[in-house]
Ligand binder design. Sequence first.
Ligand SMILES: [Zn+2]
Length: 478
Amino acid sequence: MPEYEAIIGLETHIQLNTTTKIFCACKADSWGDPPNSNICPVCTGMPGVLPVLNKAVVEKGVLLAAAMHAAIQKISYFDRKNYFYPDLPKGYQISQYDMPLGRGGILDLPMPDGTVRRVGITKLHIEEDAGKTKNERGRRLIDFNRCGVPLIEMVTEPDLRSADEAAQYLIRLRQLLRWIGISEADMEKAHLRCDANVSIRPKGADYLNPKTEIKNVNSIVAVKEAIEKEIKRQIEETEAGRKIQAWTLEWDEEAGVLRKMRSKETEADYRYFREPDLLPVRLDQTWLEEILAGLPELPLERRSRFMTQYGLPEYDADILTSERTLSDYFEAAVQAYGRDPKRVSNWLMNDVLRMVNEKGNSASELKLTPVYLADIIKLVDSGTVNTSTGKSLLDKVEASGQAPATIVQAEGLAKVSDQEAIRTICAEVLAESPEQVNAYKGGKTTLIGWFVGQVMKKMRGKADPQVAKAVLEELLSR
Ligand SMILES: [Zn+2]
């Protein structure tokens, strides 16, 4: 039995987070709104209406094209893609066909095993979404809210070789979309939708076999599962001597199985022609430069810079660049701290991230600012407070918004390393605990931790535990 490899290409539909729809003034995001509440004559395709292109759609599309290193086309055209379906009231979808906004491009995926998979982008184009149909009690209901919602369709080359790589592509794409601020990229809310083209061939072969297209997968876990099942099915079919047919398959989320939808349409079935109601999109140099001025350093670039510039391990760099505000927070804290970046990273990943996750906010919304975090680490470094007081300061600063030094002074949290003060308390603790003292002297020396705990309790955590332990051991040895 020959060894097979999978050839996977992904087609993603990305819902842009514009305020209004692509060709009318209706609200774009209808999540949670009643059916047919954000519609007008334009997006429901009434006779005689004319579309007006939303400028923000082009701007967000250009940002994505630039982020994918695609060639941005100075002139692109809209076309009509004709097909009949109840959720498409015009009888055609306004899309871009042979002259799209962006061509080419790449995304380098760092894989968990340390390798990099380069994924080529074939093209990306602007289009409008269609409505939604659903079957209920034997009737077919139509919701036009999604009609005219702006989308970018982006198609990859068949460069992915496993279900894991396909999942990584979606994870990195989602991160990028949020990072550059053009989409919420929430797959559960259909902001990011994915169709996968899958075929197999003997490993090392350079030809392509017929592929199937998997539709309707709405989570990254489901994409991975559906692709894995399809690869397995194709191998079994091929091994049994049967040919793979170019089917369109639908993923049934509940049953966890793929079902055949129809034989795939060819592009000729859509009878594309230029949209006569819209002008070409012309990007002059000034506008293009204006848009591109808003393009931040990209997540994967920042990730590798964090490793080289700050000497962070890949693990840290990956987490710290998972979200843009978090990575900004880290850099601001490193700057304020002015010493070892890895130390800032440890505090951030262990404690600050917990606070961000608990609150469900982004790092930029914390009252514990990067400067305050740096202050706290410095207070611990200088020995003014011990580590556990330092950690408790994180929550105190977050709750009050006060500077760490102010809280230390107001609450008298500064560490007591004065031997005499600690000695007095240690003696008190031993005098109050004759049973434990006897047990210790009888050989149960692990009780030392308990004694230190009692001292820390009496001194409200301010004692230097190392000093307390040494004093206690000395007193107990008498
Ligand atoms: Zn409308």
